[in-house]
Design a protein around this ligand. Structure first.
Ligand SMILES: Cc1ncc(COP(=O)(O)O)c(C=O)c1O
Length: 445
């Protein structure tokens, strides 16, 4: 294949249906990627400051993962789920041990995040014999029917045409947007939201609720850090009513927050952990559910009515084993802690310096800046669900300067690959500062 960049872009425009967009728009053709960078066909370099879709935790073309894929491809690209293969057996053991073998026992593999949540929902319903799934409005869980219905943001609406049974949404706290201050009002907000959730569960009939599904830390809706005690309180409500807790770690897992899994930042453990993205960093697609002993043992007595042709795909699991080894052997946990000490103070500085930044939220290398029109009133740059020109303008200006990231109505994600260096941060973060100065002048009250 040797198409020009122009041909690649044109054929994309003509033939590809673009996710979450109208088809037929111009799209940047990318030729290659390495480390924290990707390159277009003119050789222009972009720093991948969002790890693509917060999945390329170990950056691009990491030799250790590429070699593992090549080696496995030479031996056996794929073996069906009914057979054991070395990469699948090995990765399942590594994941159970990383989650905590005292609590977790088995893994069901899928092809990505949505399927992981989809299957976790089915498992919870089978184990409990109950139907309802509670999930948060401020959330995203994937685009298949069940995961989409469980999602809270607008990407749910198309899946609701025709409906799916038993999905109930509750409002989860977003302290800044709700008018509170993180670190000051946590106890009040936690109590308020847990009381509301308890009441809602009682109105829905807790005996009908199979699971509460939540992102351990909400990602694609703006890195929303829960108030202290909130996640522990949700766990306590689940215990009170015999409800399973599913933590969606698709985006927040694999050291994104500084810990192996994001729930490890709290004093609680879910019954099912769903994962994808960082398990292979996207080199080959993979996802899955890590289940507790209780759930695993249920399916030792009962047939697991879940299955996928590519469950435990051999090549994907080989990439997963290589990624898991790399995380450990290169102390990614320690590196994230060090880089956090550069990114978090920079983000706090942006709040102090810029009229357009209302709040900075960052845990590990999982960060978002809240963009406001008016800092006093906290008026968002764009209202939720109302598309406008400012945020696309910000992302385009950043991209022009080689800083690639994404966000939504009123936040900018800062989630670089976890392998980013101090020097790379020092080179690229000032670009964000420069663009925010332009936003202050052009768009703020
Ligand atoms: C928290 C969370 N769950 C699930 C998904 C869906 O994953 P996938 O796109 O691999 O289906 C995403 C994707 O961004 C996500 O952020």
């Amino acid at each position: 294949m040797s198409l020009t960049g122009k041909e690649v872009a044109q054929m994309h425009k003509d033939y590809v249906m673009q996710s979450w967009a109208r088809s037929g728009a111009d799209t940047l053709p990318v030729e290659r990627a390495e480390g924290i960078y990707f390159y277009d066909y003119d050789g222009k370099k972009y720093a991948d400051m969002a790890s693509l879709l917060v999945c390329s935790n170990l950056g691009h073309e990491l030799p250790e993962i590429v070699e593992a894929i090549k080696e496995q491809a030479d031996k056996m690209c794929f073996m069906a789920p009914a057979y054991a293969s070395e990469p699948k057996s090995m990765l399942a053991k590594m994941l159970v041990e990383a989650a905590g073998a005292d609590t977790y026992k088995r893994v069901f593999f899928t092809n990505g995040g949505a399927e992981s949540n989809e299957n976790a929902i089915k498992m919870a319903r089978m184990v409990t014999g109950r139907t309802k799934i509670f999930s948060c409005y401020r959330s995203y869980h994937g685009a298949t029917l069940g995961a989409s219905n469980a999602s809270g943001d607008w990407r749910r609406y198309a899946a609701e045409i025709g409906g799916a049974n038993g999905f109930v949404h509750f409002m989860n706290p977003q302290m800044y947007r709700d008018g509170y201050t993180k670190g000051v009002d946590d106890a009040e907000v936690t109590k308020k939201y847990l009381d509301a959730l308890d009441l809602q569960l009682r109105y829905e009939g807790p005996g009908n609720v199979a699971a509460i599904l939540m992102e351990s830390i909400v990602g694609a809706n703006g890195v929303i850090l829960p108030p202290d005690g909130y996640m522990e309180g949700v766990r306590a409500l689940c215990d009170k009513y015999g409800i399973l807790l599913i933590c969606d770690e698709v985006m927040a897992g694999f050291y994104r927050t500084g810990k192996m899994f994001a729930f490890m930042n709290f004093d609680m453990k879910p019954d099912i952990i769903t994962f994808a993205k960082g398990v292979t960093c996207g080199y080959v697609q993979l996802g899955g559910c890590i289940v507790s002993k209780k759930v695993a043992e249920y399916f030792e007595e009962n047939v697991l009515q879940c299955g996928l042709t590519y469950s435990g795909h051999t090549l994907a699991c080989a990439a997963g084993v290589a990624a898991m080894k790399y995380y450990k052997e290169h102390d990614i946990e320690g590196h994230v802690a060090e880089m956090h000490e550069i990114v978090a103070p920079f983000m706090d500085e942006m709040v102090k310096k810029h009229k357009c930044i209302g709040e900075a939220r960052c845990i590990g290398l999982f960060g978002a800046l809240e963009v406001v029109k008016n800092k006093e009133t906290r008026e968002p740059m764009q209202e939720y669900g109302v598309p406008g020109p400012v945020m696309p303008w910000i992302f385009a200006e950043l991209k022009k300067r080689g800083f690639a990231t994404f966000g939504r109505e009123n936040f900018i994600e800062i989630c670089p690959p976890l392998i980013i260096t101090k020097e790379e941060l020092e080179e690229y973060l000032p670009i964000l500062d420069e663009v925010l100065t332009m936003v202050d002048e052009k768009f703020c009250d």
